[in-house]
Design a protein around this ligand. Structure first.
Ligand SMILES: *Cc1c(COP(=O)(O)O)cnc(C)c1O
Length: 497
């Protein structure tokens, strides 16, 4: 299967090329030329498989230039051997009221990013062998908190790869910051940036495609790549758990094979929910993909009126990984909605850059409505739903997952739709212990580890080991940069022995 770019349909590259390079030279995003199709028999077969085998089935449809043995080895390394604290990488919890929670946070960094970033390094090393003949890869990551740590945890000490992570100073949770600042490995660098996530992401995207920077990297035998969800290698592992969750529901006879379900996805950069869109287009019986936003509700408005307008205030919330105004992966959806018209996508992206705003056509809006429903929840609503969910059904959720719980309530109230819903839970509540404690009506201790302890004692839920270990970990990274200092730092890091 060949890949092309959202802004240049004349391109045709292999999946290895798309993954090794991360982003297309003209600034577009790689995506498959055709979406592979599966039938119900294919889905039925997944029911009898373990998670890694399910992953291999999905991956092999998209990554056709990877050998079976490479994929088999990659999924084993990523999803077995105690990498995830549960023996099943993406377990489903039945709330017994038509809601099922897909817990995607049992990996080493306690957020759903591990689902893809434990696998991506294996894919990238194989891909680089094929298409980069021995050059060093320098991965640049802009993070709103969770991607940074998950990428560091995936790529530290991987041969032939360096990774530099940039996060907004004061824009991430205390636990997220500590996770990144204490990262081990000789091939890693971590920086705080003065500004918000969009500032960091914009600067990283600029550096990726800056001819002068690319020339300087070539001088030290290095190519840039990305571990953000703009990399197709991040998207494809996420498609797996949509199929896996559905197969689980079929296996436990909660859903009849072929009957539709809804997915509810706490959304920021539109990567997670886009994977659900691909699953639906492949043939998974999905009714609606429900896009849940926090107070930064640019996507909600887009879903309602077809206008993407980032001219609005940016809010720092208790769900920081969703504090985003420019959702990069929407570009891939636009490409599909407009009938793969690369010129139209390039035009909309140009408008976004110049005016921070674009509108889609009525035809595109109609297609959007067929698959998506959007809603937003503010912080007080989320705090209430965290408390209510624990009080009423004894289930503890984090503030990101709370956004999805709340928007699903809105969806049900507005549409009356009661078919089974799978709510994607994207982070461990312990990663945001202070905010969760506050939501439960307790005092928030100044120290984050005291918060973790209090939350565990108050709810009986166990603390994930990787978070508990942070209390004694040594801080390695403290540098704070202005966005325009990033190129110079990157150059120094690339050339460092
Ligand atoms: C990254 C993240 C999200 C948002 O996912 P996108 O793919 O960016 O839409 C939601 N919740 C958590 C906890 C995250 O880490």
């Amino acid at each position: 299967m060949q890949y092309t770019s959202t802004r240049d349909s004349s391109l045709s590259v292999s999946s290895s090329y798309a993954i090794a390079h991360g982003i297309s030279a003209e600034g577009g995003l790689f995506l498959p030329c055709e979406i592979p199709q599966v039938d119900l028999k294919w889905i039925r077969r997944l029911c009898d498989m373990e998670y890694p085998q399910r992953a291999q089935q999905v991956l092999s449809l998209f990554l056709t230039d990877f050998k079976d043995a490479e994929l088999a080895e990659a999924v084993e390394a990523a999803y077995t051997n105690g990498v995830f604290e549960e023996d099943w990488a993406a377990p489903l919890s039945d709330l017994s009221d038509g809601r099922f929670v897909l817990e995607l946070w049992h990996g080493p960094t306690c957020a759903f990013k591990d689902m893809a970033l434990q696998l991506l390094p294996h894919l990238m090393v194989s891909a680089a062998r094929r298409v980069l003949d021995g050059k060093q890869i320098l991965i640049l990551v802009a993070t709103s908190g969770d991607t940074g740590k998950a990428a560091l945890e995936g790529f530290h000490d991987v041969d032939g790869v360096k990774i530099a992570v940039f996060y907004p100073n004061e824009g991430v949770s205390p636990m997220q910051q500590l996770q990144m600042a204490t990262q081990k490995g000789d091939n890693v660098a971590v920086y705080a940036i003065e500004g918000n996530f969009d500032n960091a992401q914009t600067e990283v995207k600029k550096i990726f495609t800056d001819p002068e920077m690319i020339r300087r990297m070539a001088a030290c035998d290095t190519v840039f790549s990305s571990a953000n969800s703009i990399n197709w290698g991040r998207l494809v592992p996420q498609i797996v758990y949509y199929f896996s969750a559905y197969a689980d529901l079929v296996a436990c006879e909660c859903v009849k094979l072929g009957d539709p379900v809804n997915f509810v996805v706490p959304t920021g950069n539109f990567g997670n929910i886009l994977a659900g869109y691909y699953a639906k287009r492949m043939g998974l019986p999905v009714n609606k993909l429900i896009c849940a936003s926090n107070r930064n509700d640019v996507l909600t408005d887009f879903m309602h009126n077809g206008v993407y307008d980032a001219n609005r205030s940016f809010y720092t919330t208790i769900s920081p990984s969703m504090d985003i105004l420019i959702s990069s992966n929407l570009e891939r959806l636009l490409y599909e909605l407009c009938g793969k018209d690369d010129r139209q996508v390039a035009e909309m992206m140009q408008q976004l850059k110049e005016n921070r705003r674009y509108a889609i056509t009525p035809e595109m809006k109609e297609k959007l409505d067929a698959d998506f429903w959007g809603g937003a929840a503010d912080e007080d609503t989320c705090r209430n739903i965290i408390r209510k969910t624990l009080d009423e059904i004894g289930y503890l959720i984090d503030p990101h997952t709370a956004v999805a719980f709340s928007v699903y309530e809105q969806y049900k109230a507005e549409t009356g739709d009661t078919i089974p819903a799978i709510i994607l839970s994207t982070a461990s509540p312990f990663k945001f212990a202070g905010s969760v404690l506050e939501a439960l009506g307790a005092q928030r201790p100044a120290d984050e580890f005291a918060a973790v302890k209090a939350l565990s004692e108050g709810t009986g839920a166990p603390v994930p080991e990787s978070l508990a270990a942070l209390e004694k970990a040594k801080i390695r990274f403290t540098k704070v940069l202005l966005p325009d200092e990033m190129p110079r730092e990157i150059e120094l890091f690339a050339s460092r022995k």
